[in-house]
Design a protein around this ligand. Structure first.
Ligand code: AMP
Ligand code: GLY
Length: 429
C-alpha cells in the first residue's frame, strides 16, 4: 500500500524509517519531509498545515493510509477532511484534538472524568489571575491555553515571576490568541515520564515508556525546549505504575472522549509527573512525542503498518506489540540559539562517518539540502538514536556517533539517560 506521512521532523523520519521496513508498504510519501526522510520516501513540498493540499496529494498518490506527526494539522481538522473524503487516516479529529489544543478543555475534561492532575484555575483577566496566584503562592505554573509549540508554559518560582508571565500572556499577548486564556496550576514536584497509547476509538494499547529531557542544559538546567533527548524504557514506569496509568488515566480518557462524542483515534500521549509513586497528568498530547518517537520506534519489532491499520479500523482489542528488549537512547543535536531563534544554514560535517553503524539511526529534523550539501535549517537538527544491551551501552553508542558529527555552534546535552543511569547505579551499589 501507499502511505502518506505528514510532517518533516525527527519523529516523522522515525515513522518513515519504521514504515519502510513493512512488507505491506509499496511507496511512502512525506509532506513536506526532510533530506533524511528523502532517503526512504518521496518528499513533496506541501506544508503540514495545508489541509487541502494534503488531501489533494493523498488522492494523487493513491495513499491508502495517512499518518500525521505534528499537532497543528490535527487541530486544524486534517482527519475530519480526510474522513469526509473516505481517506483512511490515523489521528484524532479536530474535536478530539482539543485535548491538546486547549489546556482549559483538557483540565475540565480531566476533572469531569476523575483523571489525576494538578489543581488549577482558568483566567482571561490579568487581575483575577494575579489574585489567584497571590492566594495560592509560589512556585506555581502559568500555561497559555492554546498551542504554543511547547513554549507556552512558565514554571514560576516566585509570585512576581508568575505575575510577569500573566502580563506577558494576557496583556501583551506573547503567544497571540493561544495566550488569551491561561491555566494556572499547582506546581507538582516529581519525576516526569511520557506515556503514549495507541487508541482505536475504544481500545488503547500502552506503548513502552520513554523519558524526555525538556531542559536545554545538563542537570535539567536552562530553558524548556521541545526535548533534547529521550530514552526508553523509563525504569520509573514499572508494571505497577503502568497499570495505574492504564486504569486511572488512559482508560478514563478514552472512555470520556467517546462519551463526549469525540472518539479518539491515534497516539494519545500523557505527559506525567510521578509524585510519591502516583501519576498526575501535566498535559495530554494527541500525537507521538518528539524525540520520544525516535527512542520508541527504534525498539518496535512489530509491523507499524499493522498497528496503524488496527487503530484506524477499531481492531486494537487484544493486540500486543512486540518490542526489542534492549534499551534505546536518542541524543538531540540542536543549533546555536535554540530554543530561541536558531542560527541556520550551517553545513553539517561527518554524517557520512555514521552511515551503516549497527543499531544506530540518525534521524533528521531541522536539515535542508543546499548545493548537494546538508545544512542546518531549524532549532533541533538531528536525533542520534541507538540501541544497546544496557542503557549505558545505548547512551555510549549514541554519543560515539554524536562525536563524529559537527557544525559550527551545535549544542547537545551530555547527560541523556541520567535519571535511569543514576537509579541503576544506586541499585547496583
Ligand atoms: P506542558 O506543556 O504542560 O507539559 O508543560 C511543559 C513542562 O512544564 C512540563 O514538561 C514540566 O516540566 C513543566 N510543568 C508543567 N506543568 C507543571 C506542573 N503542574 N508542575 C511542575 N512542572 C510543570
Ligand atoms: N517531547 C515532548 C513533545 O513531543 O511534546
Amino acid at each position: 500500500m501507499n502511505v502518506l506521512v505528514v510532517g518533516g521532523g525527527g519523529r516523522e523520519h522515525a515513522l518513515v524509517w519504521k514504515l519502510a521496513q513493512s512488507p505491506r508498504v509499496r511507496r511512502i510519501i512525506a509532506a513536506p519531509g526532510n533530506p533524511g526522510i528523502a532517503q526512504l520516501a518521496h518528499c513533496r513540498p506541501i506544508a503540514a498545515d495545508n489541509i487541502n493540499g494534503l488531501l489533494a496529494l493523498a488522492k494523487e498518490e493513491h495513499a491508502n493510509l495517512t499518518i500525521v506527526g505534528p499537532e497543528q494539522p490535527l487541530a486544524l481538522g486534517l482527519v475530519d477532511a480526510f474522513q469526509h473524503h473516505d481517506r483512511r487516516c490515523v489521528g484524532p479529529t479536530a474535536r478530539a484534538a482539543q485535548l491538546e489544543a486547549s489546556k482549559s478543555f483538557a483540565k475540565i475534561f480531566m476533572q469531569k472524568y476523575g483523571i489525576p492532575t494538578a489543581h488549577y484555575g482558568v483566567f482571561t483577566e490579568a487581575r483575577a489571575a494575579k489574585s489567584f496566584v497571590r492566594s495560592e503562592g509560589a512556585p506555581i505554573v502559568i500555561k497559555a491555553d492554546g498551542l504554543a509549540q511547547g513554549k507556552g508554559v512558565v514554571v514560576a518560582r516566585t509570585v512576581e515571576e508568575a505575575e510577569t508571565a500573566i502580563d506577558a500572556m494576557l496583556r501583551f499577548r506573547a503567544f497571540g490568541a493561544a495566550g488569551g486564556r491561561v491555566v494556572i496550576e499547582e506546581y507538582l514536584a516529581g519525576e516526569e515520564v511520557s506515556c503514549i497509547a495507541l487508541v482505536d476509538g475504544e481500545h488503547a494499547i500502552l506503548l513502552e515508556s520513554a523519558q524526555d529531557h525538556k531542559r536545554l542544559c545538563d542537570g535539567d538546567q536552562g530553558p524548556n525546549t521541545g526535548g533534547m533527548g529521550a530514552y526508553s524504557p523509563a525504569p520509573i514506569m514499572n508494571e505497577a505504575m503502568a497499570e495505574k496509568v492504564r486504569a486511572r488515566i488512559i482508560a478514563p480518557a478514552v472512555e470520556g472522549l467517546r462519551r463526549e462524542g469525540r472518539p479518539f483515534v491515534g497516539f494519545l500521549y500523557a505527559g506525567l509527573m510521578i509524585v510519591d509513586h502516583e501519576p498526575y497528568v501535566l498535559e495530554f498530547n494527541v500525537r507521538l512525542g518528539d524525540p520520544e518517537a525516535q527512542a520508541l520506534l527504534i525498539r518496535l519489532r512489530s509491523d507499524l503498518v499493522e498497528l496503524l491499520l488496527a487503530a484506524a479500523d477499531k481492531g486494537l482489542h487484544g493486540v500486543t506489540p512486540v518490542w526489542d528488549e534492549r534499551p534505546s537512547a536518542c541524543v538531540v543535536m540542536a543549533s546555536e540559539g535554540y530554543p530561541g531563534g536558531p542560527v541556520v544554514g550551517r553545513p553539517i560535517h561527518g554524517l557520512e562517518r555514521v552511515v551503516g553503524l549497527e543499531d544506530l539511526c540518525v534521524f533528521h529534523s531541522g536539515t535542508a539540502l543546499h548545493d548537494e550539501e546538508i545544512r542546518t535549517s531549524g532549532g533541533r537538527v538531528l536525533g542520534v538514536t541507538a540501541l544497546g544491551v544496557t542503557l549505558q551501552e545505548a547512551v555510549d553508542h549514541a554519543y560515539g556517533a554524536v562525536r563524529r558529527i559537527r557544525w559550527e555552534g551545535m549544542q547537545y546535552r551530555r547527560d541523556i539517560g541520567h535519571n535511569a543511569l543514576r537509579r541503576s547505579g544506586e541499585e547496583g551499589r
